[in-house]
Write a protein that binds this ligand. Structure first.
Ligand code: SF4
Length: 390
């Protein structure tokens, strides 16, 4: 019996291991059983097997920047530290299109290939604000992919602002230059969790309908999962199940981007939930990799995880480290202590140090080119006494 087989047996997942090695789909019950495993290395071993089968030794990242056009929002999601209600003047912002175009053009000139744009559900901004923004960005930065809006923003634009059917709204935005939807706002799909977390936000079915419609137009998007708050592990698996079902139907998701609830400055802070541990992060990423057999990519969102844990996640099912980002606000207003951006050299160093090959990708997870950047800070040679141990 091999060393790993005995570890899988000790963790009581040898049968699941056999299915993974035979490339068979796991059930929800099996995904839930994986959450009982306390041997993280056993989970990582299996998830890494799938990750390498799908993506080899490559780990990708994108040169991107974040733009938040406004934090004015008519909703009050309990976990959100970013939004300000329309009457709450202190701390509100709404950016001018020209300023955002200038910021993007600067990043574009320095090599950015993607801008990621999300904001609150502003009650007064006209639909032309959004179409003008996208069109102006398209004109100023012709090859920059505009990845914008969560499903709830799209519904808000369609139902309250443009007052047009969902598909027509998406078509107008695409004609203006929208290249991809973002995956945000999915949280956890279970209605009881949504009632506690984000009452008034769209239902799971409504979130999925936006992405289904976009995929039916031949387009791609990412999806997310916000874990580590009031949900049960069964509700976490149920969330993954619904994503896997839509992926079976459309094949339109490029990747899952899971991230943990940030506990500060929001209406759930009094619950004292704390932030998920690194163990929780890694097992969730590994189980997502094992369960989502129809997803090509699992992204470690370093803004939430921190780059050190995201780097370790490259051995726990993850094959992508997201992007340079430059100025993240939403997690940082909720207390995230990670940096607000990363340099390419930092991402590449983290990837190389984990034994992977860094490759810059585009928004659709297609490789752009192998990294030309040399490893500027090679690891020191191992001391002689350690060499005998490896
Ligand atoms: S999470 Fe989004 S929809 Fe909810 S309050 Fe914050 S900005 Fe508004």
């Amino acid at each position: 019996m091999s060393f790993m087989t005995s570890i899988l047996e000790r963790s009581k997942i040898a049968d699941i291991g056999e299915k993974v090695f035979a490339n068979q789909r796991l059930s929800e019950a099996e995904a839930l059983r994986l959450f009982d495993v306390r041997d993280l290395n056993a989970l990582g071993y299996l998830a890494n097997h799938v990750r390498e089968r799908k993506n080899g030794n490559v780990a990708t990242y994108v040169l991107n920047l974040y733009l938040n056009y406004s934090n004015v929002c008519i909703l009050s999601c309990q976990f959100c530290a970013f939004a300000r209600r329309p009457h709450e003047k202190e701390g509100q912002f709404t950016l001018a299109i020209d300023d955002m175009v200038r910021q993007c053009a600067d990043a574009y000139a320095r090599g950015a290939t993607e801008v990621h744009i999300v904001g609150g559900l502003h009650p007064k901004l006209l639909f032309t604000y959004y179409t003008d923004l996208i069109r102006s960005l398209r004109e100023a930065c012709p090859d920059l992919t505009i990845k914008a809006f969560t499903a709830i923003e799209i519904r808000h634009l369609a139902e309250r602002i443009a007052k047009k059917p969902l598909r027509e709204t998406l078509e107008i935005l695409r004609a203006a230059g929208l290249g991809s939807l973002t995956g945000g706002g999915a949280e956890i799909f279970d209605p009881e969790v949504r009632d506690k977390l984000c009452r008034g936000k769209e239902s799971a079915e409504e979130w999925l309908e936006v992405h289904r419609t976009w995929h039916q137009m031949g387009e791609r998007s990412t999806c997310t999962m916000l874990y580590g708050h009031v949900e049960t592990l069964a509700q976490r698996v149920d969330h993954l199940r619904r994503l896997r079902e839509l992926q079976d139907e459309t094949r339109g998701f490029t990747a899952l981007v899971p991230f943990a609830y940030e506990p500060d400055n929001n209406k759930l802070s009094h619950l004292g939930l704390g932030r998920a541990s690194a163990f929780e992060d890694l097992r969730t990423l590994a189980i997502a990799r094992l369960y989502l057999d129809n997803f090509d990519h699992i992204t470690a969102y370093w803004v939430s995880l921190g780059l050190p844990t995201a780097q370790i996640a490259l051995s726990y099912g993850v094959d992508d480290l997201h992007g340079t980002i430059q100025q993240e606000r939403i997690f940082h207003m909720a207390g995230s202590k990670t940096p607000q951006g990363q340099q390419v050299a930092q991402l590449e160093r983290a990837i190389r140090e984990a034994g992977r090959v860094p490759v810059q990708r585009d928004t659709y997870y297609e490789p752009l080119r192998p990294s030309p950047t040399p490893d500027l800070t090679p690891l020191p040679d191992l001391p002689e006494q350690m060499k005998t141990l490896v």
